[in-house]
Design a protein around this ligand. Structure first.
Ligand SMILES: [Zn+2]
Length: 165
C-alpha cells in the first residue's frame, strides 16, 4: 500500500490564488512537476499531482475556459467528453477499479480553468469511504515516487484508444 504524504492546504490555496493558471502553464510547456498523459489541439490529460486514489487523472480543454457547460457549445462539450471517455477507459485498463468517478469542480477563486476529475475507486473500499469520502486529501495524498508517476503516465497513455472516435 502506498504511503500518504501530508497535504499543506494553506500553501496550496495560496499558490492557486496567486500564480498563473497552472493548466495554461502546462499547455505552454511549463509542467511544474505535473505528468502529462496526452495533449492534442483540444484537450490535455495529466495525473493528479495530489492523488487521493491511485491512477487519478484530470482532463481539461487546451483553451482557457471556465464554465463547465456555459463556455462551450454542445458540439465543443461533446468533443471534450470524448477525451474524458478515452482517458477514463485508459485509466480503467491501467489500474484495478471497481468504479470510475468523473466530476468537474474548480472555483472562481482558484483553479478556474475547467477540468474533469477521473478518479478510479479501487476494489474493496467500505461504502462509507467511497464517493466524496474517497476524494479528500485532508489526511494526505498518495506518496507516489517520480519513477512510478512516469511509468503510470506512460501506461495510461499506451492504454488510450485514440482511434475510437
Ligand atoms: Zn487556464
Amino acid at each position: 500500500m502506498t504511503n500518504r504524504q501530508p497535504f499543506d492546504v494553506d500553501a496550496y490555496i495560496h499558490r492557486i490564488q496567486n500564480q498563473p493558471c497552472f493548466i495554461c502553464e502546462m499547455v505552454a510547456g511549463r509542467t511544474d512537476g505535473n505528468y502529462i498523459i496526452y495533449q492534442d489541439n483540444l484537450f490535455i490529460a495529466f495525473l493528479n499531482k495530489y492523488p487521493p486514489l491511485y491512477g487519478y487523472a484530470l482532463v481539461a480543454p487546451v483553451e482557457h475556459r471556465e464554465q463547465v457547460t456555459g463556455d462551450f457549445s454542445v458540439a465543443e462539450y461533446l468533443a471534450l467528453q470524448c477525451g474524458v471517455y478515452q482517458v477514463a477507459e485508459a485509466v480503467r485498463r491501467t489500474v484495478e477499479t471497481e468504479r470510475v468517478y468523473i466530476l468537474s469542480l474548480g472555483s472562481q477563486q482558484g483553479n478556474r480553468h475547467v477540468h474533469w476529475h477521473i478518479a478510479p475507486l479501487p476494489y474493496g473500499v467500505p461504502f462509507q469511504q467511497q464517493q466524496l469520502a474517497a476524494l479528500g486529501i485532508e489526511n494526505g495524498f498518495l506518496d507516489i515516487p517520480e519513477v512510478e508517476r512516469t511509468e503510470l503516465t506512460k501506461r495510461i497513455r499506451q492504454n488510450m484508444d485514440l482511434n475510437s472516435d
